[in-house]
Design a protein around this ligand. Structure first.
Ligand code: 1GP
Length: 245
């Protein structure tokens, strides 16, 4: 499988269970300049809701990936560029490390292996739905996260490592440490990115900044700012100013 994510700076994550902002459309969302759209959420996602969003985005020229949160919501759709399947490295419930994956492969004879890869998550916001669901041990130092990242790449052969603070803005020092732990894998950062500065700050360390709630809560103009910030952060040759929250 090729690794298109190696060239991404920004990913927009759409939650099929949430509405778009105001009267914005999926055409508006697809025109934000994001490098890829991931469709997925933690709770209350159904295959029908996934399909609704996929169909709406399919007409537009943005790479489209499904991020299934459990085997029941995997949707086969030619419009998809692929499947990015979470593996939660710091889950304390092993279902989210290998159990869900085994179930999926057991019940689905037609897994599209050529278009499927995993994202090695380290979940760090204990209040996030995903932390609750997976019983993630979020008490991790920057050194721990760097070690998770390195183990993911070197031992487990992961192509994508995902530092996840969903719902809150994370610690840039942790993202910096994760980046330093990797040689080849692509580093995603997600959580609380809400404007140019936060996107640029995380974008200097993460290969790709993932933006989620913002598109539902504030809309496409705010997302566009984060696209610019992520691209400028990724291009920055000097450390960028720290964002004070
Ligand atoms: C969620 O990492 C993404 O999986 C983005 O987080 O919703 O906080 O932007 P936010």
């Amino acid at each position: 499988m090729s690794r298109p994510w190696e060239s991404w700076d920004h990913v927009l994550k759409l939650d099929p269970d949430k509405e778009l902002h105001g009267d914005e459309t999926f055409a508006d969302v697809c025109a934000t300049g994001t490098d890829a759209i991931e469709i997925g959420g933690t709770f209350d996602v159904t295959a029908e809701k996934m399909e609704r969003v996929m169909d709406a985005c399919a007409a537009h020229d943005v790479p489209l990936y499904q991020e299934p949160s459990n085997p029941a919501v995997v949707v086969e759709d030619e419009a998809l560029d692929g499947y990015l399947v979470p593996v939660v490295l710091n889950a304390q419930d092993p279902f989210w490390i290998t159990g869900a994956h085994k179930e999926w492969v057991r019940i689905d004879d037609n897994v599209d292996w050529d278009r499927t890869t995993t994202e090695a998550y380290v979940i760090l916001n204990p209040d996030a739905d995903a932390a609750e669901l997976t019983e993630a041990d979020c008490d991790q130092s920057p050194e721990d996260v760097a070690a998770f990242a390195r183990a993911a790449e070197k031992l487990l052969g992961q192509e994508i490592v995902y530092v996840e603070y969903s719902g809150t803005y994370g610690d840039p020092a942790v993202v910096e440490a994760a980046a330093a732990g990797l040689d080849d894998a692509t580093l995603f950062y997600g959580g609380g990115v809400h404007d140019y500065d936060t996107a640029r700050e995380m974008g200097q360390y993460a290969d790709a900044v993932v933006v989620g709630d913002l598109v539902h809560d504030e809309g496409v103009a705010a997302v566009r700012e984060t696209v610019e910030g992520a691209k400028d952060g990724s291009a920055a040759s000097e450390p960028v100013e720290t964002v004070s929250e």
